[in-house]
Write a protein that binds this ligand. Structure first.
Ligand code: C2O
Ligand code: CU
Length: 504
């Protein structure tokens, strides 16, 4: 041993010291990550997320902070973004929300939520152009509740997001929603307070906006799918199958609404069909289809048109069906298995102008979905990420009214995510680089599978603060949620454990 090499004892001590230092550094790093993930007891949606201007100017304050924040003169309080208060309602509905024990169609009793004593709540129908007014009274939903009009581009104050556009309505309270039914189509409404539990437990219903002109369908039926906790799937609140009496030759429009948190498929047995509309927007030039199934995103809708044959036909999905046929033959309508091939909206129907040019967008965003270990508001776990960030560090997409916006959505998270932007419809430009060639494919709920890339575009034409989240509702709880925020729009409402508002 040379005289200047340290004795083995000192070496061991050094190694121990280094080990301790590494461990201490790790503890400090993990502690810092935990600490920085903690959110205040109450905080504003405006302070959530990191401003992402998508290549345009940073416009939204106060989080943007750099000169363009709304000053007192230009700030718009979200509560002022409403329908014409002077206009009388054309359709008026009162909905009383309760937490109660419900007997499901298969006889099972569950603790659920009802609207006017039923789940699903009453189907609301209006004509295009009518002003719809819905008074929500919360009789006994302990956490408070709200109603969100999924797929309807309502004025922002009517969006029903607890902590962003209103406070959750407490037991004994009420809130009045008013909006003009501008776009005909199939929609649904649901609670947006503790929504992962309240929607699952029954606080939802169908919303149909019929076209203003005389309708060309003899039969217009809703087929709303829902799976209550611990039971088999239901259709319009009934388990198994329902039948609609339809003479041979009648033209039927069946509005399929998927209220579950997972995608599903539908198909037609016994007749050809046309896919008339997706997420409330008519398909341009829909052609007749046989031997295809249609995917329905969580939260999504598809309208199928069927010419009823004498032997009847059946709109089917796993576990449920709606039979169409003359007299009692409806129940005898043929039953079939799902076709292997999926109808791909990317190439279905015929091309038509979008009404705007997405080639030179004012802002181009990335919404890259991933999954990483970390802390979400202090809770350790493996959480969903947006652009590699989680919780309060996700991007907040900043836009100004009139902007043409593109968004590239990718998914490397290992699971499918039905992405839902409030207040807007987005049009699919391409999937995995393949451009859309059929009818403009407008959606409000879009399944983005693992490994897929979608380019979508929209016009920022509805000022507000709009949630942009995964409609597998537990995933929103797990962090797959952010906002599209308009220049100058502010909210007085608060999120956080001390706020009473918990939109996810
Ligand atoms: Cu259907 Cu943010 O919801
Ligand atoms: Cu998801």
């Amino acid at each position: 041993m040379s005289p200047d090499s340290p004795p083995p004892k000192r070496l061991r001590r050094l190694a121990r010291l280094i080990g301790l230092l590494v461990a201490a550094t790790l503890v400090v790093a993990v502690g810092a990550a935990w600490w920085s993930s903690l959110r205040p007891d109450v905080y504003s949606a405006m302070a959530m997320g990191v401003a992402d201007p998508g290549g345009g100017p940073v416009v939204v304050g106060p989080t943007g902070g750099h000169g363009h924040g709304p000053d007192a003169a230009s700030a718009v309080d979200v509560t002022t973004l409403i329908a014409d208060p002077g206009r009388a309602a054309d359709v008026r509905v009162e909905l009383v929300a309760r937490a109660e024990r419900v007997t499901l169609p298969d006889g099972e009793q569950v603790d659920a939520f009802t609207l006017n004593g039923t789940t699903p709540g009453p189907a609301i129908r209006a004509r295009q152009g009518e002003l719809v007014e819905v008074v929500l009274r919360n009789e006994s939903v302990p956490d408070g509740t709200t109603l969100h009009w999924h797929g309807v581009d309502v004025p922002a104050a009517m969006d029903g997001v607890a902590g962003v556009t209103q406070d959750a309505v407490p037991p004994g309270g009420a809130f009045t929603y008013r909006f003009v039914a501008e776009d005909a189509g199939s929609y649904w409404y649901h609670a947006h307070q503790v929504s992962h539990a309240q929607v699952l437990g029954g606080l939802f219903g169908a919303l149909v906006i019929e076209p203003g002109e005389p309708v060309e369908h003899d039969i217009d039926a809703v087929a709303l799918f829902h799976t209550y906790p611990g039971t088999s799937r239901t259709i319009d609140g009934t388990s198994g199958d329902i039948a609609v009496d339809a003479p041979a030759g009648t033209l039927a429009r069946v509005r399929v609404v998927n209220t579950d948190s997972a995608p599903t498929v539908v198909w037609v047995t016994g007749a050809a069909f046309r896919l008339l509309s997706i997420d409330g927007t008519d398909v341009h030039g829909p052609t007749e289809v046989t031997d295809r199934k249609v995917a329905v995103t969580a939260g999504g809708r598809v309208d199928l048109e069927v010419r009823v044959p004498a032997e009847g036909a059946r709109v089917q999905a796993p576990g449920v069906s709606l039979a169409l046929g003359p007299g009692r033959s409806a129940a005898d309508a043929p039953v079939g298995t799902a076709p292997a091939e999926v109808l791909d909206p990317l190439g279905y129907g015929s091309a038509a102008p979008l009404g705007f040019d997405p080639a030179q967008p004012d802002r181009a965003f990335a919404y890259d979905i991933g999954r990483l270990p970390g802390f979400l508001n202090g809770r350790p776990g493996v959480w969903w990420t947006i652009n590699g960030r989680m919780g309060g560090d996700v991007p907040a997409y900043h836009v100004a009214e009139g902007d043409v916006v593109t968004m590239r959505i990718t998914n490397g998270s290992g699971e499918v995510h039905p992405m839902h932007l409030h207040g807007h419809h987005v049009v699919v430009l391409s999937r995995d680089g393949a451009p859309a060639t059929g009818s403009p494919w407008w959606v409000d709920s879009l399944d983005v599978g693992h490994g897929e890339t979608f380019e979508v575009a929209f016009v920022a034409d509805n000022p507000g603060i709009w949630m942009d989240h995964c409609h597998t509702l537990p995933h929103a709880v797990e962090g797959l949620m952010t906002h599209v925020m308009y220049e100058g729009v502010t909210t007085p409402f608060m999120l956080g454990s001390g706020s009473g508002n918990e939109p996810e």
